[in-house]
Write a protein that binds this ligand. Structure first.
Ligand SMILES: Cc1cc2nc3c(=O)[nH]c(=O)nc-3n(C[C@H](O)[C@H](O)[C@H](O)COP(=O)(O)OP(=O)(O)OC[C@H]3O[C@@H](n4cnc5c(N)ncnc54)[C@H](O)[C@@H]3O)c2cc1C
Length: 221
């Protein structure tokens, strides 16, 4: 994406990029975004599910959802996605850090009213949680669609930032008798817990046996 005044990096510029492939990869791997929006003269940030589809990020929720109403009204919003890759323990307290990949996305959203786009967006959000799930789940009914609001935010003013590697201690601290290094972190899913008694014909889908978003810890560099 083209840089803008708001997405110009000031600190640690070497960690920042406007490369769309990097931005998309982070958006696609993340499962939770945080949406910052104005509300009654203050700023609110709420976590929520999302999905990227081509050049758009979709959010959804109850038709009465205040955040979605604000986004649909065209208020300026900011959406972030953060992947925590590691806790960086330096010899000095000062140089402790985190390894991460993150995206900041600015823009103005709008309501998705077109029925086809709305359905595609909702299925994209389901597939973002478990790839292929939308083909297995019962599709939404008309009343479920009515009860659900969907908004879109174009990906045209965005930035990504990536930190990797070990601690950056000062030279004079390198000989200190203090453990230093990285504790790798990642989102890890546990064994699936089946709900109720399923018909005998139901096989456990591959996306349950091997959920992809949480499958791999990142390269630690
Ligand atoms: C898990 C995690 C932990 C962090 N911990 C700290 C911390 O403790 N202290 C600290 O100072 N910083 C931390 N950061 C980095 C922080 O997000 C900012 O990049 C940094 O604080 C610089 O802030 P600034 O206001 O000077 O940014 P600026 O460089 O002025 O930001 C300008 C623009 O750069 C882009 N940008 C800035 N940061 C990011 C980002 N993280 N991802 C994508 N785009 C970005 C945005 O478009 C932003 O509007 C952390 C980041 C992550 C993901």
């Amino acid at each position: 994406v083209a840089g803008s005044a708001r997405t110009t990096f000031h600190r640690k510029k070497e960690r920042g990029t406007h490369d769309r492939r990097t931005i998309d990869a982070i958006l696609d791997e993340g499962l939770v975004c945080h949406v910052g929006f104005p509300e009654d003269g203050s700023t609110v940030v709420l976590p929520t599910a999302y999905a990227r589809s081509d050049d758009v990020v979709y959010l959804h929720g109850a038709a009465a959802n205040a955040m979605l109403k604000t986004v649909a009204s065209g208020a300026p919003i900011c959406v972030t996605v953060t992947l925590l890759d590691g806790i960086v323990l330096a010899r000095s307290a000062f140089h402790h850090s985190m390894n991460y990949r993150s995206v900041v996305l600015f823009g103005v959203g709008s309501a998705v009213d077109d029925p086809d786009e709305k359905l595609r967006a909702l299925l994209a959000i389901v597939d973002h949680m478990a790839p292929g799930r939308s083909e297995d789940a019962r599709p939404p009914t008309e009343s479920e669609l009515q009860a659900t609001a969907v908004v879109r935010l174009p990906i045209d003013e965005a930035s990504a930032k990536v930190r990797s590697g070990g601690p950056l201690d000062d030279d004079e601290d390198m000989g200190l008798p203090i453990w230093a290094g990285v504790i790798p972190c990642g989102l890890v899913s546990g064994p699936a817990v089946v709900n109720g008694v399923l018909p005998a014909s139901v096989r456990t889908p591959e996306y349950v046996v091997d959920p992809t978003p949480a499958a791999t810890l990142p390269d630690l560099g």
